[in-house]
Design a protein around this ligand. Structure first.
Ligand SMILES: Cc1cc2nc3c(=O)[nH]c(=O)nc-3n(C[C@H](O)[C@H](O)[C@H](O)COP(=O)(O)O)c2cc1C
Length: 315
């Protein structure tokens, strides 16, 4: 099986949990790690918000000993602001610059995928981080409106980044077209740093297919891991043996129960996020819509725990 090395960080396998807003909080990262994810990222965190730390931002920045290696993903475009948060960033194993988010909330501040229109800003940010010995990755799309990925990838490498992740769609495409893996294949030989492929890996077979057909060094999984952290276990087994492993609905519910336990341990108390995530674990069961409505009414972690205990106990 391929291994992936980012700077000095050696990963035990090539499977990476993507940064995802309201999903990849500390307890969920821990559940995905237990299933086999070799590297995980925080959800994107705005650099200026780190300076005026509010409780929500602090929660997003939360980590623990068993949450390693961890990349903190940042959105921003201002080198001056980046300088101010270096002491915070140095506490993480690596920093990922978000140069791919297409959301207007981010691009109107000239951050996220908007940076693909001004790659010099990406270069400046990489240089500051690398000058401070911070392992740095950059997550990009093919371009904003126009595909300039080969130029961007080379600039990222030249600036000193340790790896790049490519989600091969234009920012303006959202998820409207399939991820164009052929561009991962084109970018890979154009740079020497590791290339992590991302986009439409929703099954173990697709993880292997991406590695084999594009030659990428790692595979990042996002939507495929929402409500299904065991995708990492299945994918790992498939990469190692070529055999398909199936887990039952109850195994998956057990993974969510573990998430609830870890949420308590981590003092992660955002019930709206916990319930939203929980609803993804009951998708597809008989009466799912009614169950989901029931779940959404709960006002305590205890009620959510009881609800999932009951679901799991049912024959
Ligand atoms: C709910 C959700 C939240 C996301 N949040 C982020 C984020 O914070 N930072 C980021 O770089 N990408 C974010 N993404 C994009 C994913 O990391 C990934 O690039 C994209 O979903 C394609 O991968 P997939 O096909 O495996 O889902 C998010 C995606 C989803 C579905």
């Amino acid at each position: 099986m391929k291994t992936l090395k980012i700077g000095k960080i050696e990963l035990k396998n090539p499977l990476v949990l993507a940064p995802m807003v309201d999903i990849t909080n500390l307890p969920y990262r821990l559940v995905c790690r237990k299933a086999g994810a070799a590297l995980a990222y925080t959800e994107m965190i705005n650099v200026p918000a780190m300076i005026h730390t509010n409780p929500k931002t602090l929660q997003m920045m939360q980590t623990s000993k068993d949450d390693s290696p961890l990349g903190i993903q940042i959105t921003g475009n201002n080198p001056h602001e980046l300088e101010k948060v270096l002491p915070i960033l140095k506490k993480y194993d690596l920093v990922d610059i978000n140069a791919g988010c297409p959301s207007e909330r981010i691009t109107e501040n000239e951050s996220g995928s908007c940076l693909l229109n001004s790659p010099k800003k990406i270069v400046e940010m990489i240089k500051i981080l690398r000058k401070n010995n911070i392992t740095t990755t950059v997550k990009i799309r093919l371009g904003f409106k126009k595909n300039n990925v080969l130029e961007i990838a080379k600039m990222i490498e030249k600036a000193g980044a340790d790896a790049l992740t490519l989600h091969p769609r234009l920012a303006t495409q959202g998820y409207d077209v399939p991820a164009q893996w052929e561009w991962i294949k084109k970018v890979k030989p154009s740079v020497k740093i590791p290339v992590i492929g991302c986009g439409d890996v929703l099954s173990p077979e697709q993880a292997l297919e991406m590695l084999e057909t594009t030659g990428c060094d790692g595979v990042m999984i996002a939507r495929g891991a929402i409500g299904d952290p065991l995708i990492f276990k299945r994918a790992l087994e498939y990469l190692k043996t070529g055999k398909k492993t199936e887990f039952s609905f109850k195994d998956n519910i057990a993974a969510f129960q573990d998430y609830l336990k870890l949420s308590k341990r981590c003092k992660f108390e955002d019930l709206a996020i916990i319930k939203h995530l929980g609803s993804k674990f009951i998708k597809g069961i008989p009466g799912a819509a009614k169950k989901r409505n029931e779940l959404m009414q709960f006002k305590s972690l205890k009620e959510i725990e009881d609800f999932f205990r009951e679901i799991k106990a049912k024959p």
